[in-house]
Ligand binder design. Structure first.
Ligand SMILES: [Zn+2]
Ligand SMILES: [Zn+2]
Length: 163
């Protein structure tokens, strides 16, 4: 079981592309196929459906949420398959996985380095514009001898529905 596999280090601290280019999903197909195949993974209809769902949403869903959504389109799909497909997308660089301690991992289509806000009540996770992120990192001093590989900044609070 691939449990406990750590999030692929999105090592670059650069704030890259901001996504949101065109809604023409079909044009992404060859790219997705290629990404999967270079990692020795197959391009399947299920993977495509999982990928398409991630492309449509920006709320960083859990595997279970993805499962519920994709099941409407592919009624025979199981949660374990959705989980495997998500991991395959993460492994080939087509999606990212966010882990939060013991709570369920969340997935998103963005793979550039960016930050999140998290609602303490409903758990909603939203992307934060990178604006000051890079400057902020420079102001934080790592402990002596600690080699920084990645960093996360998370804004905790209450979303507009939970205020
Ligand atoms: Zn909330
Ligand atoms: Zn995000």
């Amino acid at each position: 079981m691939p449990r406990g596999r750590s999030k692929k280090a999105a090592a670059s601290l650069k704030a890259g592309r901001s996504g949101g280019e065109g809604k023409d999903a079909r044009r992404q197909r060859p790219a997705l196929r290629q990404m999967l195949e270079t990692r020795g993974a197959n391009f399947t209809r299920q993977r495509e459906a999982v990928y398409d769902y991630l492309r449509q949403v920006d709320h960083h869903p859990t595997a279970e949420e993805v499962f519920v959504a994709v099941k409407r389109e592919l009624p025979k799909i199981g949660l374990a398959t959705v989980y495997k497909n998500l991991e395959a997308l993460v492994a080939c660089g087509a999606a990212s996985k966010l882990t939060y301690g013991d709570s369920a991992a969340r997935y998103e289509i963005r793979t550039d380095h960016h930050y999140h806000s998290r609602c303490l009540k409903c758990g909603l996770i939203a992307d934060v514009p990178p604006a000051a992120g890079e400057q902020l990192i420079k102001l934080i001093k790592a402990p002596r001898g600690f080699k920084v590989e990645d960093c996360r900044i998370e804004l905790l609070g209450h979303c507009k529905n939970c205020k």
